[in-house]
Design a protein around this ligand. Structure first.
Ligand code: SAH
Length: 504
């Protein structure tokens, strides 16, 4: 019987998560083990199963990558375990990724494997810097060349004369540090010193940077700017088109590094919108949400809730999620809610409730717990029974005010908020090394939790400003000694983004 192939060499694309193939995503979701390196966007590891084994084989600060022979040996060993093994490689696995050698090692050991091509940085980085690699008017071919070959070496594997005279686009991968020799050699072999040249660093990601010059000037510009790897170098007339075609770098938040402090499941909406606008997003969740089981007397009430309560007041989308998880665990039928009325603090909470086809009887104009408390008049409150599903850290104001107005309050802690300690995507480390332009805060608890982490970037890193979703979050920022550099006009994620955009 033919056995199923379980080892995959997979192109991870150039960095932008949207440039990963469907096949790659499917295999990441299926993988038991993932080997990845420094050019793979670590955010894609989130697609993997919770218990996936992740093995980093690339270089990290100060450390060299695992030698290629060891990666080959590791792959062969893993292939023998019968697990689904995904070897993720930046860009395309067979374009200067030494993927060919890994495939040969597997073949030599008798293991079957499959290859998933990826979008290579050699064409994607130019495209995101406004450079089409071919163009009818000025380039009928493009050549992708290793920048690791020493151009001053006697027996080069490259034909420098042919490269210099070729009128197509030349794209060098790797070897930014060899640029002076490469450009000199091309000029010496007959290329025009005025040929346009561009370099694109971390192409297709929010941290993309690009520069341009000519064969004669570019090495000096790279040196002066301290421009570093990973970058592709594009040489040819097509580079001049970027004056008109540079779409990616003209997005409104391009160049802004923005920290998102929400929990992982909730970060995506904010992060995606910021990325879409061109920002580089560092997701540094400060807290993790853990569901909490309800005590027996609470579960008993769920059998016929409206016999015990007149209102349920939801102060966050999490409260809706965790209340209904507990509810449906105890009660298969939504009608057990009975005629109980429902209040919601803001649109995200309300959206969760309307998705369940529940009508909202009260929602304040301003999306704060205080405003929600004020929305209940004394007459509406007196003698009424309020159920507040909440977190272990909920704002006490609502309960205090309802009690003061003669209401009865039952609080159920349906989830706990605990500090997030892991740095799964390396964003925390990046923040410490490079700083950021903005940190976004979407609740008082994100401020408190961020403060508790005490993350201070190194001297010389970018100094972040603080963007707050609304007045309560701003007050918490000020209390803890932070400046509020921006406050959303409307207290929602969209409002926060709109206010940020007015700055650019
Ligand atoms: N297999 C990869 C290339 C691996 S060689 C691919 O197809 O893209 C590593 C080199 O690729 C780096 O030194 C750099 O020159 C280039 N590179 C990879 N990702 C890049 C990116 N996002 N931006 C710029 N250059 C990149």
């Amino acid at each position: 019987m033919a056995t199923l192939t379980k080892t995959f060499l997979v192109g991870a694309g150039p960095g932008d998560l949207g440039l990963v193939t469907l096949r790659a995503r499917t295999l990441i979701e299926r993988a038991d083990v993932i080997l990845y390196d420094y050019l793979c966007n670590p955010d894609m590891l989130r697609w993997a199963k919770a218990d996936v084994e992740k093995i980093y084989v690339g270089k990290s600060a100060g450390n060299h990558a695992l030698p290629q022979e060891e990666i080959n040996a590791l792959l062969v060993k893993l292939a023998g375990t019968g697990k689904v093994v995904v070897r993720l490689k930046g860009g395309d696995p067979y374009v200067f990724g030494r993927g060919g050698e890994e495939a040969q090692a597997l073949a030599a050991a008798g293991y079957s494997f499959e290859v998933v091509p990826g979008i290579t940085s050699s064409i994607a980085a130019p495209a995101y810097a406004g450079i089409p690699v071919t163009h009818r008017d000025c380039a009928s071919s493009f050549t992708v060349i290793t920048g690791h070959e020493d151009p001053t070496k006697e027996n080069s594997a490259l034909d420098w004369r042919a490269l210099a005279l070729d009128r197509g686009t030349k794209i060098f991968l790797m070897g930014v540090e060899r640029l002076p020799q490469i450009t000199q050699r091309l000029i010496a072999e007959g290329a025009s010193p005025s040929t346009p040249v561009a370099l694109v660093r971390w192409g297709t990601t929010g941290r993309q940077e690009s520069i341009d010059g000519t064969l004669a000037t570019i090495a000096g510009i790279v040196l002066a700017r301290g421009f570093k790897a990973p970058a592709v170098t594009i040489i040819g007339e097509v580079v001049s088109l970027r004056e008109t075609l540079n779409w990616f770098e003209h997005r409104p938040l391009f160049g802004q590094r923005i920290v998102v402090t929400r929990t992982r499941p909730h970060a995506s909406a904010l992060s995606e919108q910021l990325r879409e606008l061109g920002a580089e997003v560092l997701e540094i969740p400060t807290i993790r949400i853990l569901p909490r089981a309800l005590p027996a007397e609470a579960t008993a009430q769920l059998e016929n809730l409206s016999a015990h309560q007149d209102w349920i007041v939801f102060t966050s989308p999490n409260a809706v999620d965790h209340f209904f998880t507990a509810f449906f665990a105890a009660q298969p039928d939504l009608r057990a809610l009975g005629a109980v009325k429902i209040a919601a603090v803001g649109p995200a909470t309300a959206a969760k409730l309307t998705a369940l086809h529940l009508q909202i009887a009260k929602q304040p104009k301003e999306f704060t717990t205080e405003a929600l408390a004020d929305a209940f008049t004394e007459a509406e409150t007196r003698g009424q029974r309020f159920l507040l599903p909440r977190s272990n850290l909920a704002n006490p104001i609502l309960t205090q005010q309802l009690l003061a107005h003669g209401g009865h309050v039952t609080e159920w802690t349906v989830y706990d908020t605990v500090p997030e300690t892991s740095d799964e995507n390396g964003a925390r480390a990046r923040f410490l090394d490079e700083g950021a332009d903005w940190i976004t805060f979407t609740s008082s608890s994100t401020v408190e939790n961020w403060h508790a982490l005490q993350l201070h970037p190194v001297a010389g890193a970018r100094v972040p400003r603080h963007a707050s979703i609304g007045p309560v979050t701003s007050a918490t920022l000020r209390q803890l000694g932070y400046t509020v550099d921006l406050e959303a006009k409307s207290y929602t994620i969209t409002g926060l983004i709109e206010s940020l955009l007015t700055r650019f």
